[in-house]
Design a protein around this ligand. Structure first.
Ligand code: DER
Length: 253
C-alpha cells in the first residue's frame, strides 16, 4: 500500500542520511514505522559492536528479533550520549514538534530521544499537519494511577473537553498499563498553535483565550502532580530535530 511504501521510503531516507555504521549507541523507538528503520539499518551495517537502546518492550523485541544487541537505558555508562535515536510520531507540525504516545511508550521514548546527540523522527505523509491535534485528536499523558482523577479534573480546567483513560478493550478489561505500570490519559484539545502562530497574533497560546501554544500546554500539563510525561516532543530540549524529506515529498521531523 502507499502508506507502507511511504513509511519504508521515509525510513530508508532517514537511515541513509543519519545512520553511521561506526556508531556506538543507537536509540530505537516504538510503533510500525520503526520496523522499516531497523530493516534499513540491517541492510547497512553488520557491525556487532553497536548497542541499540530500546524504548520499551516492543522495541526491545524488535531489536532482538533483528539479531541486534540491545542495552537497557539504565545500563548506559554515565554521560554517554547516543550517536542517534530513531523513532516515529503520531503527528508532526511545521516547526517539527511531534505528538507521540500512540503506542503508550512516550516516557522511555523521551528519555532515549533526549539522550541522543541527534533525534530523527520518521513519519509518513499522513502525520504531516500545519498544527498538532489537527488529525491526531489527543495529547497522550502518562500518569501515576493514584492521580488519575485529579489529573483528569485539572485537564478539564486547562480546557480539555473530555480527557479519557486509555483502555485496551479487546485485550484486557480495565485500563492500559505502560512499561512503567502507569496509566495513559488521552486529552483532547483544539489544534495547538505554533510559535509562529502566536507571533502572528493568531491567539495568546497561554490558555487564557482558549488557545494553547505547543510548549505552553506541554509545560502546563507536565506541572500537574502525578504526571510522569507528556506526549509532546518539541525542540527535543537542546537536541537537534533533523528535518527529513521522505521520498513522497512529505517532511518528517
Ligand atoms: O507511540 C509513538 O510515539 C510511536 O512512535 C508511534 O505512535 C508511531 O507509530 P507508527 O509508526 O506505527 O505510526
Amino acid at each position: 500500500t502507499t502508506v507502507e511504501a511511504a513509511k519504508r521510503a521515509a525510513a530508508q531516507q532517514a537511515v541513509a542520511d543519519h545512520f553511521d555504521p561506526s556508531a556506538s549507541y543507537v536509540g530505537i523507538g516504538s510503533g510500525t514505522t520503526i520496523v522499516y528503520v531497523v530493516e534499513a539499518i540491517k541492510e547497512r551495517s553488520t557491525n556487532p559492536n553497536i548497542l541499540f537502546v530500546p524504548t520499551g518492550y516492543q522495541s526491545r523485541q524488535l531489536v532482538i528479533n533483528a539479531g541486534l544487541t540491545p542495552i537497557s537505558f539504565d545500563s548506559l555508562p554515565n554521560r554517554v550520549m547516543l550517536d542517534v535515536a530513531f523513532d516515529g510520531a503520531d503527528e508532526v507540525d511545521t516547526e517539527l514538534n511531534c505528538i507521540k504516545g500512540g503506542g503508550a511508550c512516550l516516557f522511555q521514548e523521551k528519555l532515549v530521544a533526549e539522550r541522543a546527540k541527534k533525534f530523527v523522527c520518521v513519519a509518513d505523509y499522513r502525520k504531516r499537519q500545519d498544527r498538532l491535534l489537527t488529525n491526531w485528536p489527543t495529547i497522550p499523558i502518562e500518569v501515576a494511577p493514584l492521580s488519575q482523577n485529579t489529573v483528569t479534573t485539572a485537564l478539564r480546567l486547562l480546557g480539555s473537553t473530555n480527557p479519557k483513560l486509555r483502555t485496551t478493550l479487546l485485550e484486557k478489561s480495565g485500563p492500559l498499563k505502560t512499561d512503567q505500570h502507569f496509566f495513559i490519559i488521552d486529552a483532547p484539545f483544539p489544534p495547538l498553535l505554533t510559535s509562529a502562530d502566536v507571533a502572528a497574533g493568531k491567539g495568546k497560546g497561554d490558555g487564557s483565550d482558549g488557545t494553547w501554544e505547543v510548549n505552553n500546554i506541554s509545560r502546563a500539563i507536565k506541572a500537574l502532580t502525578g504526571v510522569l510525561e507528556v506526549g509532546i516532543f518539541s525542540g527535543m530540549d537542546g537536541n537537534h530535530a533533523e528535518a527529513l524529506r521522505a521520498k513522497d515529498g512529505a517532511r518528517s521531523a
